[in-house]
Ligand binder design. Structure first.
Ligand code: SAH
Length: 363
């Protein structure tokens, strides 16, 4: 009898690697390599919950698959619905860790905000996840599994966009995230366009380089939050390891357009001089600036900048010639606190070719 530990988790593999393995397996079992291809098509979209549900396969072969491979599920423990349609899902992992996923409908788009780590090591002073500390990296199947589980609900959630803005720092878990990016984008996975997938980071330099090397047009969002090293060090201890200047330089070499995220902290980073410093940084790397109203339920004793204050700050940035938007907070009544939001554009530049400009959906 094979124990689960000896079985291969197919959901930790890229679709191509899983298919190659399954074809080899099917051939060895004498059912024809095409049977392996059939199994591979059931992994992600549309997803089968388990091998037994793959009813186009012979019964005996399904049992053989069960003995050799696993398709681990995440246990959905809680779902909350906001009055604005935002839904927050809490999943329990095999070791008892819990992670959050948020689904944000907006017109005909549905953005999923997914987690890449259980907890987070970075301790940004305003962030709720930082308070809990770091537990562990998620595996590819635990990250992509969040999307898979929502597609398996009785009323499936079908995302048009994915943002790595849930718990954790995706570029400190690149080993898993790089596999997940393939699963999300590959037509044999979820088939979501690369320009609809955004990786959000505090500025982990090796990770930005690795993302830049990917041939797909994945989007990069940088959590800037302060326009000077001195202030950023206070808000984000990671700035000591990856200083703002170097992060901006890395963003400037990224071939695709970058988004700056900037959470508005009353009296801390929302003064006119911050706006001009931020605009100068954005110009250096052609970034689009997304201003984020502070989500209640974060950490620290911060007060949100008023709506009028955010508008004034945005107007200063726009006046400096930088494209800027204010995110609309979503799901505040259910503490969907990974800063989830709809973009309200204040100012549009003249349209550009879609591959240069793209839509900044939520990031
Ligand atoms: N570690 C990554 C991704 C996770 S956080 C990163 O930092 O980019 C996703 C976004 O939510 C980040 O921009 C983060 O700074 C922001 N965020 C965290 N706490 C927040 C709060 N209380 N209100 C608004 N945005 C917040």
């Amino acid at each position: 009898m094979t124990t689960p530990a000896e079985r291969t988790n197919l959901l930790d593999l890229t679709p191509a690697a899983a298919e190659a393995l399954l074809r080899e397996f099917a051939t060895a079992r004498g059912v024809g390599a095409y049977r392996g291809g059939q199994v591979a098509r059931h992994l992600w979209s549309p997803a089968a919950p388990d091998f037994q549900a793959m009813t186009d396969l012979p019964l005996a072969f399904r049992s053989e698959l069960d003995a050799a491979f696993t398709l681990p599920r995440l246990e959905l423990t809680t779902e909350q619905r906001s009055t604005d349609g935002t839904r927050k899902f809490l999943f329990r992992l095999h070791d008892g860790q819990t992670i959050e996923t948020v689904a944000i409908p907006d017109g005909d788009r549905v953005t999923l905000c997914i987690s890449s780590q259980a907890g987070c090591a970075l301790q940004c002073s305003f962030c709720a996840t930082g308070l809990m500390g770091f537990y562990r990296n998620l595996t590819p199947s635990e990250i992509a599994g969040q999307v898979r589980e929502l597609a398996l609900l009785p009323e499936p959630v079908k995302p048009t966009n994915i943002v790595f803005m849930g718990m954790g720092e995706p570029l400190m878990n690149w080993k898993a995230v790089q596999v997940v990016l393939t699963i999300l984008n590959d037509p044999a996975g979820f088939g979501i366009g690369a320009r609809h997938i955004t990786v959000s980071t505090v500025g982990v330099l090796p990770g930005i380089e690795a993302l830049a090397k990917r041939p797909e047009q994945f989007r990069l969002a940088i959590s800037v939050h302060a326009p000077s090293d001195e202030l950023r060090r206070r808000l984000m201890p990671v700035n000591i390891k990856f200083p703002l200047e170097q992060v901006i330089d890395a963003a400037a070499t990224f071939s695709r357009r970058v988004t700056f995220e900037y959470v508005m902290l009353g009296g801390v980073n929302d003064q006119p001089e911050h706006a001009s410093q931020l605009a100068a940084l954005a110009k250096r790397c052609g970034a689009f600036v997304n201003l984020i109203p502070l989500h209640p339920g974060g950490a620290g004793a911060y007060t949100p900048t008023s709506t009028a204050g955010i508008q004034r700050f945005a107007a200063l940035i726009a006046k400096a010639g930088v494209e800027v938007a204010v995110r609309k907070s979503r799901g505040t009544d259910i503490a969907a606190a990974c800063g989830q939001l709809r973009v309200e554009r204040l100012r549009r530049r003249p349209p550009r070719a879609p591959d240069q400009h793209g839509e900044i959906e939520v990031a």
